[in-house]
Write a protein of this length. Sequence first.
Lengths: 225, 225
Amino acid sequence: MGNEKILLVDDEPEILEFLGYNLSKEGYDVTTTTSGRKAIEIAKTIKPDLIILDVMMPEMDGIEICQEIRETDSIKNTLIAFLSARGEDYSQVAGFDAGADDYITKPIKPRLLVSRVKAILRRKSGAEEINVNEQEGSIKIDREKYLVYKEGEELTFPKKEFELLALLISKPRKVFTRDVILERVWGGGVIVGDRTIDVHIRKLREKLGDDCIKTIKGVGYKFES
Amino acid sequence: MGNEKILLVDDEPEILEFLGYNLSKEGYDVTTTTSGRKAIEIAKTIKPDLIILDVMMPEMDGIEICQEIRETDSIKNTLIAFLSARGEDYSQVAGFDAGADDYITKPIKPRLLVSRVKAILRRKSGAEEINVNEQEGSIKIDREKYLVYKEGEELTFPKKEFELLALLISKPRKVFTRDVILERVWGGGVIVGDRTIDVHIRKLREKLGDDCIKTIKGVGYKFES
DNA sequence: TTTCTATGTTAAGCTTGTGTTAAGTCTTTT
DNA sequence: AAAAGACTTAACACAAGCTTAACATAGAAA
């Protein structure tokens, strides 16, 4: 998987360039557009991780775009941050009501912008993905150190086992289907045999105890503490 | 379950009172303290959903508190928002680096504050809220966890039974014909015998009580709470 | 009432998904 | 190059869950 993708939407090209420059420098994949209407089409195509919208734009403003994105299935969960001139408190409220995830005020300082973007993206991965150490029960993981803790004891897991456990533990009790597991742990186009997942599940159970991963036949697996 | 809990930390009692008043009015459970050091102890005790920290405080400032929270297992995933006077951009950067989830600038306008807090909390619960339990009566289902709740008790159902129940419960009191059930639960081209649906209905009745699914002879079945 | 039909009930059989083990391939380390 | 570790595959076992068959019952129609 490539870098995280950011779509910038603002009617002023200089601002696009300024923001774009600073974000690409940080390794993000940046796409820009000056047209609010096009923004939605582009978003549907490139599926960005984050969309940064200027609130004030001619034709279609950020709030309208935001609302439309929130109503478009394929991209409704994309993170959205607004840009606005300082003091436009009215639009800030409206923005959050429209479903914004964050709010950035102009004038923009590069370091601040980058910190903020990182924070926003970190939230996303926190919510729905594998992130740093996750709580729950006596089994914990620390993604940074790549360690699994079982009742305080530190264990080192091979990559696939770790990623699989991390995925399951990222949302305890949620059922993950084999499809999803394959996609998230093995990655998109990989083709592996039927038993591959089972075998890894088995190894996890061997190490963590049989009760911590439950099978829902015909559906998938879930982690339980 | 109770309301969402917010812990406010600021050295100025007037601000605590002002924020506390506005947030309790919205139905949040608010706890306040003027001591940064105490804040962490309190957080460990009450496990708030969100902690709002003033950046500038004597003794122990918001950033230090934030760092310590992020290093304390039992509360490390708590949402944290910072309060700061406008223009303290340095601390804003430092705040995000320390692991803040949001940043609120003074002076604070009540409506804005509330919008913002809602947005922060929505993020957290966002993912869980989406398809959590579908409503109705003492029997609920949670598709994500693949669980059925009967008077609070958690039950695990086999796939077909679950899907059948989910279908019926998706529109309580609506009658679903056998044709529709076959198509929605078994899928298009599948051919199964006459008694298959009955048997599954029977199993549901066995587990949930006879009264919850009603037969309309010659028509179909419906769920009633 | 009798008859007919749709559904209820039960248990047995079959199917398919998953568990399990071990061996094989690929990778990394030394 | 050898050794160790990680991942995948193959083969078989097993059982939960699904379906079926056979018979029972109830309600509607004749």
